[in-house]
Design a protein around this ligand. Sequence first.
Ligand code: AP5
Ligand code: MG
Length: 213
Amino acid sequence: MIVVLTGAPGAGKGTQADMLAEKIGLKKLSTGDALRKHVKEGTDIGKIAGAIMERGELVPDDVLFKILKAELDGVKADQIVLLDGYPRNLSQAETLQTLKDRHPVKAAIHLDVDRSALISRLSGRRVCGSCGATYHVSTNPSKKEGICDKCGGELAQRKDDKPESVAVRLDVFEKTTRPILEFYGARGLYKQVKGEGLPSEIYERLSKLIKAI
Ligand code: AP5
Ligand code: MG
């Protein structure tokens, strides 16, 4: 079964999905992470996606469907999948419904964060180029500047965290992704969680909700 974790860029989807995967064993499936892997490896998908992602726009739906299918095919029937970053428009939400016999969506949880907080989170984010661990220069800094605490890899800013791309991403979220909240609301699956506060506090809110599903 699937729990959709949605929210604007910088809402903390990745941070929370990592905590939920580690602490309660959910399987995290991030379409953004999968796409970045393709870009890094220079695959055909990566060649299509790289420039689009850097501008902050959405990668075409057919590419995302291939990624989604490939990731879900490896999932065991009794595993709870936390979907981070999919669906991102109504067409993707409809597509996900077509897989409902094997992968029913049980809830769509929206992490709600104020726009000014999103901008400061994204401008200060640093990511490890080796293991993908995420930091923030002021709220969650690494012990040694520029070096990952977990693996010693080098930390860098994501290419789409520059201000021009952030503005596009926030706009895309409002115009194209926000309508999925109503889509899930109409099906009785929508839940909202306050995404501000300490990551540990937000984790408590989310895990309580997910355990009740
Ligand atoms: P994706 O990688 O999914 O990016 P996003 O949705 O823009 O979200 P982010 O990863 O930027 O933010 P997050 O919510 O994970 O926040 P995080 O935990 O890192 O997608 C990238 C691109 O891929 C898209 O723009 C698109 O081009 C493409 N793509 C992906 N999926 C697609 C799809 N389905 N269809 C089409 N295209 C697709 O936290 C952010 C920062 O805040 C970090 O520094 C963190 O340390 C900090 N932080 C986290 N929690 C807190 C807290 N509680 N308090 C203070 N700081 C916090
Ligand atoms: Mg993320």
